[in-house]
Design a protein around this ligand. Structure first.
Ligand code: COI
Length: 350
């Protein structure tokens, strides 16, 4: 099914340029994609000017959080084209998240057509500096107006876009969150749903007052092993080996996470996916056997971690990215930005 292009789209895009100061997710492209699900069918989908949504105050999403989303990027390649990184993986993960919330998955072909269309119409809004990109935010919401606790019968799928730089500039100070849990095993921790992020906000508020940047979430069942950050996966280099927590059901399976695991192995690093007890990690930092820690994600790329602390301790790592983080960041960006051969077949030209 081809996408309907609203005649106002061209006028909305006219004269619109990449903002001088980018930040993350603050400047929105002036167009967006929308498709509607009703009576068991998806509409054709349309590219329309960016505008506030009109939504019934009784819509299920507003009360029962039937909402999931994706984060992905369009890159300007060295050859001047625009390319997406593994978009079929985002389609797959969004279908998984949708099913967890009893929502109809967006068909892969509709998802891919939508993100490709937004990226190609916004080609002039894809920034050109390394580490910058057009961040795409597909999201799906339940729109039926009805206060019974039941799955919505109608849904809307949108893709909005924002020319952005990396989510976090510089190194991050992590607070080991020992009070709250972000998501329960058997709950929605492995799905990309808005509620997981809402559950992280109170912790973030507390840690900012203490001079930290991000929560380091622990597994909600054992309250001892490292899970992830609120919007990024966790990696550490321990005795020269790259470690990341094994998936537990309460960790989001990051596309950057498993791409880095593949990339790291191809670069000759030894990679271990297993439980990381937080107190053992802290003593490994104190003793010097953990030499690097970093977080990764679509928005974050790779961000070095300079401090991990809690109420009693504050353990310092180096401020600058360590050699492993730097090598992986460069190798990943080289593929995404078209400077290196795409030997894994990850990139899709738009
Ligand atoms: C992403 O990395 O794309 C995310 O969704 C994380 C965060 C910005 C919510």
């Amino acid at each position: 099914m081809s996408i309907y292009i609203d005649p106002e789209v061209a006028a909305s895009l006219r004269g619109y340029e990449v903002p001088e100061r980018l930040g993350f997710g603050t400047a929105m492209a002036p167009i967006m994609f929308r498709a509607v699900y009703q009576d068991g069918c998806w509409s054709q989908g349309e590219l329309i000017p960016y505008a506030p949504l009109s939504i019934d105050p009784a819509a299920k999403v507003l009360h029962y959080a039937q909402s999931c989303f994706e984060g992905m990027k369009a890159y300007r390649t060295q050859a001047g084209g625009i390319a997406l990184f593994r978009p079929e993986k985002n389609a797959e993960r969004m279908a998984f998240s949708a099913k967890r919330l009893c929502m109809p998955p967006v068909p892969e072909s509709l998802f891919l057509d939508a993100v490709r269309t937004v990226a190609s119409y916004c080609a002039n809004l894809v920034p050109g500096n390394s580490g910058e990109s057009l961040y795409l935010r597909p999201f799906l919401i339940g729109t039926q107006a009805d206060l019974t606790v039941s799955a919505s019968s109608s849904y809307e799928f949108y893709v909005i876009a924002s020319p952005s730089e990396a989510y976090h500039s510089g190194s991050m100070r992590l607070w080991v969150e020992r009070e709250d849990a972000r998501a329960a095993v058997g709950g929605t921790g492995d799905a990309k749903v808005g509620g997981n992020y809402a559950a992280s906000l109170l912790s973030v508020g507390r840690l900012k007052e203490r001079g930290y940047d991000q929560s380091l979430w622990l597994n909600p069942s054992d309250r001892n092993s490292v899970d992830e950050l609120s919007g990024m996966n966790f990696f550490a280099v321990i005795e020269g080996t790259l470690h990341t927590p094994a998936l537990t059901g309460s960790i989001l399976e990051g596309i950057t996470r498993y791409s880095l695991l593949e990339l790291a192995e191809s670069l000759g690093y030894q990679v271990v996916e297993e439980s990381i007890p937080v107190d053992r990690l802290l003593s490994q930092i104190a003793s010097g056997s953990c030499t690097e820690a970093f977080a990764c994600g679509t928005a974050a790329i790779i961000s070095p971690i300079s401090v991990i602390g809690d109420a009693e301790h504050c353990y310092e790592l180096q401020q600058a990215p360590g050699p492993v983080a730097e090598a992986l960041r460069q190798a990943l960006l080289d593929i995404q930005e078209g400077r290196a051969e795409d030997r894994f077949g990850w990139m899709q030209a738009v």
